[in-house]
Design a protein around this ligand. Structure first.
Ligand code: PLP
Length: 419
């Protein structure tokens, strides 16, 4: 409560903006994840790895727009690509060379995506991947996992309400292969797909054991179901996503976030003969439309980003820096004997208020948000922006000095919270 009132006193302009927004938006909000009490920060500007709020406070950005902000704010290469797209007109209502270029760059990184199609969000990409699996198999059931997040209408969080699309979902336990196999066998003739994040992102950066993912692949194929990897968040974790890192080939993959260079983006794809479903030259093909699917701003920003900025070398380097930061933060927790840890892989991590091993959301303490809130508000006071749920996503413009400063500030906060 003391931290919240100090926060309220420091941010009168954010408070006023929030109040005004409540007149037009329910609870002043259009992205549920951004709300926290007493009111969320209003951001007015970003540059590189820096952010400024409406009251003029500056922050080093460790949230990176929940992974979509990988390139940082207004990266010069991305900006130049968007500028030159603007010079050519942006609503051309036709095919352009850009969409096949971006598709080619993506297929080269994730060869399981022999053919792909673009959407405007990761949510849409997952909805379309499910549509492919249902059309391809002629079945309707989908195995997902508790704690999974595949978009605003495909949410399998720990408790909580959801406005999910009415698919026939079966909910398994993450990293529990025996349970998943039993569910797959029970639904053998009805299962269209298994939809899984190779690391649960929103669920708290909980990596899947590669053996769990391999087991899902075998079990899916044994009953004729399709394995869909939701790599919307995880594709950044190696040059070829987590499928590349673990050497697992899913039938379908969905992408989103940073791949559009920070613009609205999604994609789904897989083997050519499966994706041929959408070939408009084929009688009985599946239609898939979307006014902005091939919008030239996203396509241009995406090509510049993957082609020139987030090269395979850059991906390896950023994830090594993330691993080093997470190990350093965990060493600080251990040194303080704090009941805290940072889970994750590479450039993505999440704070949890327990020192016990975490394999799935059931392992998270149910009363953990108070400690995460304290960490969040204390880090904000020291000039570091992250998600209230303790989520951290590194962006390319963060310097080693930024990472050091973050670790030092986190060390002070961990010490405060563990005494
Ligand atoms: N899938 C995963 C794993 C995600 O983390 C997200 C967004 O956080 C989505 C899908 C949905 O993507 P979007 O917000 O672009 O609809």
């Amino acid at each position: 409560a003391a931290l919240r009132s100090a926060y309220a006193a420091r941010h009168p302009a954010s408070a006023a903006q929030y109040e005004a927004a409540c007149a037009h938006l329910p609870g002043g909000n259009t992205r549920s994840v951004l709300y926290y009490e007493p009111f969320p920060l209003a951001m007015v500007k970003g540059q590189g790895a820096r952010l400024w709020d409406a009251d003029g406070h500056g922050y080093t950005d460790f949230l990176g727009e929940f992974t979509a902000g990988l390139y940082g704010h207004s990266h010069p290469v991305i900006r130049a690509a968007i500028d030159s797209a603007l010079d050519q007109g942006i609503n051309l209502a036709g095919h352009t060379v850009l969409e096949s270029r971006l598709a080619g760059l993506i297929s080269a990184r994730l060869p399981s995506m022999q053919r792909l199609r673009f959407t405007n969000s990761g949510t849409e990409a997952n909805l379309m991947a499910l549509a492919v699996a249902i059309a391809h198999t002629g079945r309707r059931r989908v195995l997902v996992f508790k704690g999974g997040y595949h978009g605003g209408v495909l949410t399998f969080a720990n408790g909580g309400a959801a406005v999910n699309v009415p698919h026939e979902f079966i909910v398994g336990r993450y990293n529990d292969l025996a349970r998943a196999r039993a569910l797959i066998d029970d639904n053998a003739n009805h299962l269209a797909a298994i939809l899984v994040e190779p690391m649960q992102g929103s669920g708290g950066c909980i990596p899947a054991d590669p053996a769990f993912l391999r087991g899902l692949s075998d079990a899916a194929h044994a009953v004729g179901a399709m394995l869909i990897f939701d790599e919307v968040m995880t594709s950044r974790l190696s040059p070829g996503g987590l499928q590349g890192r673990w050497g697992i080939t899913p039938d379908l993959t969905t992408l989103g976030k940073y791949i559009g260079g920070g613009m609205s983006f999604g994609a789904f794809g897989g083997r050519a003969e499966v994706m041929e479903l959408f070939d408009p030259r084929r009688p009985g093909h599946l239609p898939h439309a979307g006014t902005f699917n091939n919008n030239v701003l996203t396509m241009s920003a995406g090509i510049a980003g993957l082609g020139q900025v987030y090269t395979p070398e850059a991906a390896i380097a950023l994830n090594q820096r993330g691993d080093a930061l997470r190990e350093r933060l965990n060493a600080l927790c251990r040194a303080q004997g704090a009941a805290m840890q940072f889970t994750g892989l590479g450039s993505l991590m999440n704070l949890h208020p327990t020192a016990r091993a975490i394999e799935r959301v059931d392992d998270l303490p149910s009363d953990g948000q108070a400690m995460r809130d304290s960490f969040f508000f204390l880090m904000l006071e020291q000039g570091f922006y992250l998600a209230r749920r303790g989520f951290i996503s590194l962006s390319l413009p963060l310097t080693d000095a930024d990472l050091d400063a973050f670790a030092e500030a986190a060390g002070r906060v961990i010490e405060t919270l563990s005494t």
